[in-house]
Design a protein around this ligand. Structure first.
Ligand code: HEC
Ligand code: HEC
Length: 309
């Protein structure tokens, strides 16, 4: 009887090992030597990008700096996430321990300098010049980056979480050499911004169908429905951003859209709740490009009530 159970255990163990063969958690790192270039206005452009893309996870409103914080993105069963401290703090500041090439690689592939996969930073379609500008900003002495040597907390992702992340996402190929879109073509620029800011990570139908390389191939792209958590941990669903007049943003005016995206106030005067961000650093040109792009999508009828269980 005992040997029978042992055999079962052994077989299960071997099966788990075979199952895990494909789910590596550590990956190749970079040996490149890339040095960021400060060519005006790279600081200003980098600042807009960092406030727009990274702040939702890394900006701490108590210190008013990029000191990192606790995030409630993962289901508790998978572990707990803390973002990193991005200030020039000697002990806990992370970017100063990275070379420019390692930061570049982290932002393209989501692979940290020790090889750990961090899918939240994976932006394969981000233009090389924009990553350059992000690095220029992170190296600067902007007030929000001056040293705040506090520990945001240590991420714990258990095996269930790791398997889940690896099942849903894997590092994309190293996509170097991406050029900026034509910023005078609003639809092309808007498409690019929706991709690198990651509006579609929340505003599509299913978080399990995200396509980082070809965002449009994401399941139910921008049609709304993904279940998220608000700041109190309550359920909230991201709405439909296609131009359907009844269930999407077909009735939004340009000004209404600017206020929703930058101030977090919808045309019907509803204060939008987190995790929807206030993208207040985006320029008129950028918000208007996003608006033009969203209005160019085929309208899809899909009613989503953000606060209904
Ligand atoms: C969706 C949330 C999210 C977004 C958006 C995000 N990060 Fe992070 N970031 C994290 C988390 C969580 C960690 C810590 C991961 C861990 O400890 O496993 C992290 C870690 C880091 C680290 C430290 C890596 C290390 O070796 O410890 C750096 C540097 C970083 N992020 C930079 C950025 C920059 C720059 C941006 C914007 C371009 C950004 N992040 C956007 C969540 C995010
Ligand atoms: C982290 C998830 C998340 C991201 C990223 C995100 N949103 Fe949202 N968004 C939400 C949620 C949740 C709501 C619903 C808020 C509410 O009703 O209280 C929302 C609401 C909105 C609304 C109001 C829609 C309506 O029905 O009136 C607009 C417009 C919008 N988002 C645009 C954007 C744009 C543009 C981006 C990218 C620049 C973006 N969002 C990124 C989660 C997100």
């Amino acid at each position: 009887m005992i040997t029978h159970n042992r055999k079962k255990l052994l077989v299960t163990g071997i099966l788990i090992m075979i199952g895990c063969w494909g789910c590596r958690f550590y990956f190749d790192t970079t040996r490149e030597s890339f040095i960021s270039k400060k060519i005006p206005p790279s600081f200003e452009r980098g600042m807009i990008l960092v406030y727009t893309i990274c702040a939702g996870c890394h900006f701490d409103h108590t210190s008013s700096k990029f000191s990192g914080k606790s995030l409630n993105d993962l289901p508790a069963i998978a572990g707990h996430l803390y973002s990193a401290n991005l200030t020039h703090a000697a002990t806990y500041g992370r970017p100063d321990k990275y070379t420019d090439a390692e930061l570049f690689y982290l932002l393209k592939r989501g692979i940290a300098k020790n090889g750990r996969f961090m899918p939240y930073m994976m932006k394969p379609m981000m233009a090389d010049e924009d990553i350059n500008d992000i690095i220029v900003y992170l190296r600067s002495n902007d007030a929000a980056l001056t040293a705040d040597d506090t520990n945001p907390g240590k991420t714990r992702i258990n095996l269930i979480g790791k398997m889940g992340i690896r099942f849903l996402m894997r590092p994309t190929p190293y996509n170097k050499g991406v050029a900026r879109p034509d910023e005078n073509n609003p639809v092309a620029y808007g498409r690019y911004l929706v991709g690198i800011i990651g509006c579609y990570h929340c505003h599509s139908r299913k978080a399990t169908g995200l396509d980082f390389f070809h965002p449009e191939n994401t399941k139910g792209y921008l049609q709304g429905g993904i279940k998220l958590k608000d700041s109190k941990g309550k359920r909230i669903y991201a709405p439909n951003l296609t131009p359907d007049k009844e269930t999407g943003i077909g009735n939004y005016t340009m000004q209404g859209f600017r206020d929703a995206v930058r101030k977090g106030i919808s045309p019907s005067e509803v204060v939008l709740s987190p995790p929807m961000g206030k993208f207040d650093k985006l320029t008129d040109k950028q918000v208007d490009a996003i608006y033009a792009y969203l209005q160019s999508l085929p309208p899809v009828k899909h009613g989503v009530s953000p606060h209904v269980e």
